[in-house]
Design a protein. Structure first.
Length: 392
């Protein structure tokens, strides 16, 4: 049986979209009859050795008192040590440069093929989590990203925007396969919209509190919405202390505390019921290099759609790859709180429009953007890689 090592510097399982993505990739590999072994960091609570989706899982201990880069480098060294002791993998599949660069540099020595899964690049994303990072350090990280990309045998990414960015770094576009994220029909299906019978409608955001998500635009739009219509904003997600403090400060400054609830992230299996309780779901992605230059494929957008809730989202290419404007969602000008408020009021005042958008979005998500389709595309990449290996 073909042996696969899949490495990810992400806690699995966890409420993060990365964990959801990894678990569905694992399921696809196991269903494809591959012997898959996942290596991830440990949060100190999960077992060191485990089995998930039929795949073996090894979790690397980490010193949580260390900073992010120290922990990332420790993870990379641990993966390298594992490969030195286990030299029978046919493909090594990685999601980051912390172990990916070393994996790619040693592919000929150990005889495996390499697959780089690019969802986000730290040279772009880290500055949003750690604003004080040295620009010289980010430049060195970018050099490592470019080296890892050029050394990889195949690359997958979740959006055409991401593929264009990778190609701009000197990569052959033919090496990059776009595999969008997905949803599972067994987890998400359309339910009737809550009746608007005098209760206060709920506007829902689910996801991280990262600066690129554009949550500040939603909060800024809230007073304008409240002038016309009562509404309550529910924000559910994980965030660093700095991000939570900034969000709380903005909410207080605008005087909308009684109209906003901020809750911690919930396990993924609780998200369908959470979305079903909402009247409108929002993906307010900000106008920044993470969304516009690097690209992404927001799982939240697909889950909102599949669950049959009217969607408000930023009008940018990564969103338009998933939705058709005015058919599956209303799109507002990125970072424009007034336009977001106007579109929110339009949905609140037009129940038929809300139902039409929700139904169309659900049908689109559950036919075009499923994890099953994503898994089929991933297996084709593996088949091509292994065919090349056999020919060599």
């Amino acid at each position: 049986m073909t042996k696969i090592l899949y490495t990810a510097f992400d806690i699995v399982p966890s409420p993060k979209g990365a964990s959801t993505h990894i678990l569905h990739n694992l399921r696809g590999l196991v269903n494809g009859k591959y012997d898959a072994h996942l290596i991830t960091p440990n949060d100190g609570l999960l077992p060191t050795e485990d089995t998930i989706e039929g795949a073996q899982v090894t979790r690397i201990s980490q010193d949580l008192s260390q900073n992010f880069l120290a922990r990332a480098m420790h993870f990379g060294r641990s993966v390298s040590a594992h490969l030195a002791l286990n030299q029978d993998y046919d493909v090594v599949h990685y999601r980051n440069i912390w172990d990916g660069l070393s994996i790619a540099q040693n592919k000929k020595r150990f005889g495996y093929k390499t697959l780089f899964e690019v969802n986000g690049l730290p040279s772009i994303e880290l500055k949003y989590h750690y604003p004080g990072l040295d620009p010289e350090l980010l430049l060195k990280i970018k050099e490592q990203e470019i080296a890892t990309l050029h050394l990889s045998d195949a690359i997958i990414c979740p959006s055409n925007v991401t593929r264009d960015y990778i190609a701009s770094l000197g990569l052959n576009r033919k090496l990059v396969t776009v595999i969008p994220n997905g949803v599972s029909a067994s987890d998400f299906s359309a339910s009737p919209l809550p009746p608007r019978d005098g209760r206060v409608p709920m506007l829902l955001y689910i996801g991280t509190l990262a600066d690129w998500q554009g949550l500040d635009i939603v909060v800024k739009a809230l007073p304008k919405i409240l002038e016309k219509q009562p509404v309550h904003l529910l924000i559910v997600g994980r965030g660093r202390s700095r991000q939570r403090k900034m969000l709380a400060k903005q909410i207080r400054k605008l005087g909308v505390e009684e109209h906003v609830t901020v809750q911690p992230a919930v396990p993924h299996h609780e998200i369908p019921a959470l979305i079903a309780s909402a009247d409108i779901c929002v993906a307010p992605l900000g106008l920044n290099d993470r969304n516009v230059t690097q690209g992404a494929c927001p799982i939240k957008v697909l889950e909102y759609m599949a669950a049959g809730r009217p969607l408000l989202a930023s009008n940018m290419p990564i969103v338009r790859e998933l939705v058709r404007e005015d058919m599956d969602a209303l799109l507002f000008s990125p970072s424009d709180s007034e336009d977001l408020a106007r579109q929110t009021i339009a949905l609140l005042n037009d129940f038929e429009l809300s139902k039409r958008l929700a139904q169309s979005a659900s049908e689109r998500a559950l036919t075009k953007f499923t994890w099953h389709e994503s898994q089929k595309k991933l297996l084709k990449v593996y088949e091509k890689l292994l065919t090349q290996s056999a020919a060599a």
